[in-house]
Design a protein. Structure first.
Length: 159
């Protein structure tokens, strides 16, 4: 249980409820909390498309992170700390690439060229990496190792 976070939320809600000069009224406080995005922004074509693309990208990234962690723990039999620390360079790389791409490269080259180059790079380099390429024998070995580990998990019984 995260006690400091709970105390901060309670203190913040108390502040919004008591100090009417800060927000004006309870109705305005609720409206301010619910309206994080101005609705007129969503009427265009580009912003909703960008939101949908971001949602898809982060869903894929989260799913891939989960799959890699589970693979490391169940198939490669790495302990939890090792499996968790394995993805730290990925997180640092994603953060650095986002910063460089957004602040340096995007204003210089524009979004169309950036997407084209990033897609071409991913399609060209991805299959060349032997750790990423699909090998049927390795997939069969991973499937067998995973199924044998899952067979050892005790199943609940109904009495």
């Amino acid at each position: 249980m995260n006690v400091p976070l709970g105390v901060a939320v309670l203190a913040g809600s108390r502040f919004l409820r008591e100090d009417r000069s800060f927000v004006g009224s309870r109705r305005a406080a609720v409206r301010a909390l619910l309206m994080q995005i101005e609705p007129s922004v969503l009427r265009g074509q580009m912003f909703p498309a960008a939101l949908a693309t971001s949602l898809l990208a982060f869903a894929v990234m989260g799913g891939l992170t989960l799959a890699v962690e589970l693979h490391l723990q169940l198939v490669a039999e790495a302990d939890v700390l090792t499996a968790g620390l394995t993805l730290v360079p990925l997180s640092i790389g994603i953060g650095a690439a986002s910063w460089v791409g957004g602040s340096k490269l995007m204003p210089r080259f524009g979004p169309k060229l950036m997407c084209l180059v990033a897609s071409a790079f991913a399609f060209a380099v991805g299959p060349l990496d032997p750790r990423v390429a699909y090998h049927p024998a390795q997939a069969q070995k991973s499937k067998a190792a995973l199924s044998s580990r899952l067979e050892r998990v005790p199943r609940p019984t109904c009495n």
